[in-house]
Design a protein around this ligand. Structure first.
Ligand SMILES: Cc1ncc(COP(=O)(O)O)c(C=O)c1O
Length: 397
């Protein structure tokens, strides 16, 4: 038998891996409440009508060919306009690459920068593909601590301590998945300064940039001055188009230090031909057309965030920092001697109640342990049912 590669053996994706257990139970007749996946379109959020129509129209009008590998010029221009309008950042459309979701941007970027043994600093806890792709390309993910007691803000000293001569990339996820944290301008500037001092490339994943509750989001490039930053963003969350698989990265590079890396990314873009063409045409409409759905979505989510946060903190042995953005909560659970670890807790909860959440150690073995992540995307009545079950289950143990 031919062996599976070590590369593939090394990767996992807890968010979807837990679904395998849930599907088995569902097949046996158990009702499952899915709180595991960050897909608003699976709940009562829908892609705005005018964006859907733009997609259909693009297909009918014949936009069914392979596009430019870097992305359609009109979409890259629309993204540059959006960055100027929203963040007052000047981006040359030539420095934008359209990808099949941020997921592909993560893979292409890490492939371009990380050689065997190179290190990538990721937040602890993090969105798992940053760990998976780093390992996949032979690198070493190193997590820096985010401080739960301080609203999961990055620990600047810990970042500094973990840098060595093999460190290449410093990843910021702001707003953060899985914690729902929103970083202050001061924190972002401190991270940028450390990166500049050690000549690291800052990657700033801002996919939840417009899903914020009390405070506004600070774009990393906006405050970077001369420090180069690669920003990742996309259409999955803010434009409610997860299944379209469309994202982008742009190189904010005022001194032209990252040209060779951008070329490395573009080379990879060429070998996979192009991103989805009709989706790109519709994405221009998404960026240039009415934006009203964002406010409506955020209002709906805020009510659900408030409810989820209140209910979680009322349950014995659970405490939760208030998420300031995105649609995730990352509560801590006191496992006592009842469960071996957070994975056992999550699987036990699933078996007993049908409520599916993701174990925290899937987001980081150290900084995520004794936690779990849930989405507060469902309507209040479903959240109520899920929290009732969670509460009953914990008090029965
Ligand atoms: C922080 C973060 N980045 C990227 C992604 C994936 O985005 P895309 O759908 O554009 O691949 C997600 C999805 O949950 C995410 O939470």
């Amino acid at each position: 038998m031919i062996d599976l590669t070590e590369r593939v053996k090394s990767i996992e994706y807890a968010i979807r891996d837990v679904v395998v257990y849930a599907k088995k139970l569902e097949k046996a007749g158990k009702k499952i409440i899915y709180l595991n996946i960050g897909d608003p379109c699976k709940y009562d959020f829908d892609t705005p009508q005018h964006i859907k129509e733009a997609y259909c129209k693009a297909i009918k009008n014949g936009y069914n060919w392979y596009g430019d590998s870097k992305g359609l010029p009109e979409l890259r221009e629309a993204i540059a306009e959006k960055e100027k309008r929203l963040n007052n950042v000047d981006v040359d459309p030539e420095n934008i690459v359209i990808t099949s979701g941020i997921s592909e941007a993560i893979s292409m970027f890490i492939a371009a920068v990380v050689d065997k043994g190179d290190e990538v600093l990721v937040p602890g806890p993090t969105y798992p593909p940053y760990i998976a792709y780093t390992k996949f390309f032979g690198g070493k993910p190193v997590s820096y601590r985010c401080i739960e007691e301080e609203g999961w803000q990055p620990d600047i000293e810990d970042i500094r301590d973990k840098i060595n001569e093999r460190t290449k990339i410093l990843v910021i996820i702001n707003p953060n998945n899985p914690t729902g944290a929103l970083y202050s301008e001061k924190t972002i500037k401190e991270i940028l300064d450390i990166a500049a001092e050690h000549e690291l490339i800052v990657v700033s994943d801002e996919i939840y940039d417009q899903i914020v509750y009390e405070k506004g989001h600070v774009n990393t490039a906006k405050v970077a001055r001369e420090i180069p930053v690669v920003v990742f963003n996309g259409f999955s969350k803010v434009y409610l188009a997860t299944g379209w698989r469309l994202g982008y990265m742009y190189f904010y590079d005022p001194e032209g230090k990252l040209g060779h890396i951008r070329e490395g990314v573009e080379k990879q873009a060429r070998i996979r031909l192009s991103a989805n063409t009709p989706a790109q045409v519709a994405a221009v409409t998404a960026l240039k057309g009415p934006q009203d759905h964002i406010k409506e979505m955020v209002e709906k989510l805020k009510e659900r965030r408030d409810y989820a946060w209140k209910r979680l903190n009322e349950i014995d042995n659970i405490s939760c920092v208030k998420p300031e953005a995105a649609f995730y909560a990352f509560p801590k659970v006191n496992l006592e001697n009842k469960w071996k670890d957070d994975k056992e807790f999550v699987l036990d909860l699933l078996k007993n109640t049908g409520v599916l959440v993701v174990f925290g150690s899937g987001f980081d073995p150290i900084y995520g342990k004794n936690h779990f992540r849930l989405v507060f995307l469902p309507p209040l009545e479903i959240l109520e049912e899920a929290f009732n079950k969670l509460e009953e289950y914990i008090s029965s143990k």
